[in-house]
Design a protein around this ligand. Structure first.
Ligand SMILES: [Zn+2]
Length: 465
């Protein structure tokens, strides 16, 4: 059996339709391997279909622009050159004429290329979308392999071109989000007076950090840089994430406000920030003043206390000073104060526990004392973020930042530190993080459609039944 495919192009005018044969398939019998299209056939079919479509589209555009818009005189052609345009269905070499403007109507105007004017970028939005989205989910090398496997790219798609797209789109995404935040702010400012505030759609925002290896620093101790990840916890749906390279963000508070606005939190709505109390993470929360409630993750407090308790239990019974039972009782007392949001009595208890220990007595005792001091410093540094956990817990409010720790794993670890030797330049990691978070948030495609409205299609692009 022979199956032939023809493309019929009918333009708006009176001209007869043109018919182009683009593919012919031979089939003999029926088995699992011969049923339907082969991958290679499908790729070549799509490539030819695309070239036929493009030729018709370009010819129509050239015909339309090759006459003077004022007097209708055909414009003279100065010459032709070829324009390379990359799409998911192949690399196109498009004929692009350069035309003289109309001598009567536009004397002295420079020559122009209508096709080049229509195609200011040379990579189709959807190829950009595919390259960059896959690159945000897997390595550049793998992205190249996957796209070549399934698409008739028929040109060498190199990791370096993907890298360039990541840089371009990452920057664009970031600029867009900042503008978006400002617009939301204006809308919010306009509606604040008349509307009764609705409850915030975000229950809490968790902030945490992760580290990436710095490219070109070998195994040096300082060859790392920090990435901050934030995630919203929402009532009805999955939360969204944002991420940035810490040292490249000089206005973390602006980024946070813009994120909150995009999440639908109005500027006058309070926000709960959950974190594990790291220094840079605290920096990320700065500038929110009385708007935010800062909560130190209960799990981190509990874990540190539990470690200490284990150490006390392992302390030899013959030690001088108070018995283990007395120490544990004091520790539990401090924990109880912390649970109820009273850091000062908790710190007093922990300090007096330290007075009973003697660092000189034994190495174990010194180690225990060291751990206790670490806990005291941690709690003291974060005392403003120790809240009434018991009360929050009873009211079903979040007290643990575990949800953002898994976000760090999802956003950072799974793409950036899969292998020990994976190293990054901070600026590039920052751009890729913008794309990865947009892709994981399911917001990347809508960005592309906003930048290139004609990609969104609509009923004009409907498929024939
Ligand atoms: Zn004219």
């Amino acid at each position: 059996m022979r199956i032939t495919l023809q493309v019929v192009v009918q333009d708006e005018g009176e001209m007869p339709a043109t018919v182009t044969e683009i593919a012919q398939f031979e089939r003999d019998g029926l088995d699992v391997g011969s049923l339907g299209l082969h991958l290679e056939e499908a790729k070549s079919l799509l490539g030819r279909l695309q070239r036929t479509m493009v030729a018709a589209q370009v010819a129509e555009a050239v015909a339309r622009t090759s006459i003077c818009p004022t007097c209708g005189t055909p414009l003279a052609c100065k010459g032709h050159h070829r324009l390379i345009f990359r799409t998911p269905f192949g690399r196109l070499s498009i004929d692009s004429p350069r035309l003289y403007p109309c001598r009567q109507c536009m004397a002295n105007a420079p020559t122009f290329s209508p096709v080049a004017r229509c195609l200011p970028e040379r990579v189709s939005p959807e190829l950009q979308y595919l390259e960059v989205k896959f690159a945000a989910l897997m390595s550049y090398g793998l992205t190249v392999n996957v796209l070549h496997e399934i698409l008739p790219l028929d040109h060498v798609l190199a990791a370096s071109s993907i890298r360039r797209q990541v840089t371009a789109l990452g920057r664009r995404l970031e600029a867009d989000q900042a503008t978006d935040g400002r617009q939301q702010e204006e809308i919010a400012a306009g509606s604040r007076l008349q509307d009764i505030p609705e409850p915030s759609p975000v229950r809490a925002v968790g902030i945490d950090g992760g580290y990436l290896r710095l490219a070109g620093h070998g195994r040096r101790q300082d060859g790392w840089f920090e990435v901050i990840v934030g995630k919203s916890m929402r009532d009805q749906e999955a939360g969204h994430t944002f991420a940035y390279v810490h040292k490249l963000e000089h206005r973390p508070a602006d980024r946070m406000s813009s994120f909150l606005l995009r999440e639908g939190v109005q500027p006058d709505q309070p926000v709960t920030f959950l974190s594990d109390g790291g220094d840079t993470v605290r920096f990320a929360q700065l500038g929110f003043g009385d708007r935010g409630e800062y909560v130190l993750d209960w799990f981190h407090i509990a874990m540190r206390i539990q470690n200490l308790e284990q150490m006390i239990k392992g302390r030899p019974a013959h030690c001088d000073g108070p018995s283990n039972a007395v120490l544990i009782k004091a520790l539990h007392g401090a924990t109880c104060h912390l649970w109820h949001g009273c850091p000062y009595p908790a710190l007093r208890r922990l300090e007096s526990l330290g007075w009973d220990l003697d660092a000189e007595a034994s190495p174990e005792e010194a180690k225990l004392l060291g751990k206790l001091e670490e806990l005291i410093i941690y709690l003291d540094n974060n005392r403003h973020c120790i809240v009434n956990y018991g009360d929050r817990y009873r009211h079903g409010e979040p007290i643990a930042s575990g949800f953002v720790e898994s976000a760090v794993n999802q956003v950072v670890s799974k793409r950036f530190v899969k292998r020990q030797q994976m190293a990054w330049r901070p600026r590039h990691a920052h751009n890729l993080l913008q794309i990865r978070t947009a892709a994981l948030n399911d917001q990347f495609r809508s960005n592309i459609e906003r930048w290139y409205p004609s990609v969104a299609g609509g009923e004009r692009h409907r498929l024939a039944a």
